[in-house]
Design a protein around this ligand. Structure first.
Ligand code: SAH
Length: 344
């Protein structure tokens, strides 16, 4: 039921022989009060509740493990109904509390520097499972703590699970569902051009982040196989056409890999590529994992790269990743596929 909009819950209620407004009440329990137990929904008639129990299912991923990091972030390992595991990472930052969501189990894009990419794709999540990550984390946090921002930057590629992602975005932003302002939500993509074009027409007004990571097709093609189908020119053209609300910028993520994409020439090429786009660059110093074959550049080189961008008028921040010590930083999310894989 968590994947149904307030309107669809009304229709469901009607179909089960109740008044439409019962659907509104249901939406309040599910999305505003975080109550998923039908027996606790005290203002709904008993009969209607038992009809609901027969017909519909409220599935919240089970919190299997919460691993706290030195820096205050927390990795949630969640178990889905079929036993598949995903991770959601909660990251506090001043007055923000950001939840990083996974749209897929595993990932099929095989970016060379990304640990999740070595898993391959297991399956897409349903909209209910995407939204369920927020519900599960909220349940663990209790009513006092509010998740203020949502980012689709966990395992998997949101735009490769397009329908479920868009449905989840509508639920997150619907005033009668979770009611988040779209400016507090960011979708990050590996650069699926046709899906970016489609998303542009949805009028969702959420933030878009592009995983760019290189400034030539030769290097990007080696790092990110997706570039062979959607090269830089087509990707940046789609970005130029993407409707940006006033005073907002598109984020370009750039993982810094020692000796691969971190030269001054790269920085200058990046400034040229982004000409005419209201952009900000998020530099992510590479987060290492075993046998990755890559290294993080030394700090002076990272700072020099940022300085060159700033000199050319490009807003550039360095994301010293959170959760590195617990394997919860960007590109470090990996879980054994099924329960069988782990002995009790
Ligand atoms: N599939 C989406 C969402 C993943 S977001 C996308 O590609 O955008 C995770 C971000 O971390 C992406 O920008 C990804 O390229 C980056 N990343 C992956 N592995 C990394 C690593 N080892 N160190 C730093 N950043 C990494």
């Amino acid at each position: 039921m968590l994947s149904l909009s307030p309107n669809e819950l009304e229709t469901l209620s009607q179909r089960l022989g109740a008044d439409r407004y019962r659907g509104r009440q249901l939406a309040v329990w599910l999305f505003k009060k975080d109550v998923y137990d039908l027996d606790a929904m005290s203002d709904l008639p008993r009969e209607f509740r038992s009809r609901l129990a027969e017909e519909a299912f409220i599935g919240i991923p089970e919190v299997e493990r919460i691993t706290p990091s030195q820096d205050g972030s927390q990795k949630f390992v969640l178990r889905l109904a079929d036993g598949a595991r995903i991770q959601s990472v909660l990251m506090p930052d001043r007055d923000r509390l950001t939840l990083c969501l996974s749209p897929q189990v595993g990932c099929g894009f095989a970016c060379a520097f990304c640990l999740t990419g070595t898993m391959g794709l297991d399956r897409n999540l349903t909209a209910g499972e995407i939204v369920g990550q927020l519900a599960a984390v909220r349940g663990a946090l209790g009513p006092e703590t509010r998740v203020t921002h949502l980012v689709f930057m966990g395992m998997g590629e949101p735009l490769a699970n397009y329908e479920a992602t868009v449905r989840a975005l509508r639920l997150f932003t619907h005033p009668d569902a979770f009611g988040y302002s779209p400016r507090r939500i960011t979708v990050s993509t590996v650069g699926l051009v046709s899906a970016i074009q489609k998303l542009a027409r949805e009028d969702l007004k959420v933030n878009l982040a592009i995983s760019l990571h290189a400034t030539t097709n030769a290097v990007r093609g080696k790092l990110m196989p997706v570039n062979r189908g959607w090269p830089l020119e087509s990707l940046l053209a789609a970005c130029r056409q993407f409707p940006l609300p006033v005073r907002r910028r598109m984020t370009f993520e750039y993982v810094l890999l020692d000796g691969v994409n971190d030269s001054p020439e790269d920085a200058l090429r990046l400034t040229r590529l982004l000409k005419g786009i209201r952009a900000k660059v998020n530099l992510i110093p590479f987060n290492d994992w075993q046998d990755s074959g890559f290294r993080r550049p030394p700090p002076p080189r990272i700072l020099a790269f940022q300085a060159l961008l700033l000199e050319h008028g490009i807003i550039a921040t360095i994301r010293w990743s959170k959760g590195e010590d617990i394997g919860a930083a960007c590109g470090q999310l990996k879980e054994p596929r099924r329960t069988e894989a782990v002995s009790a």
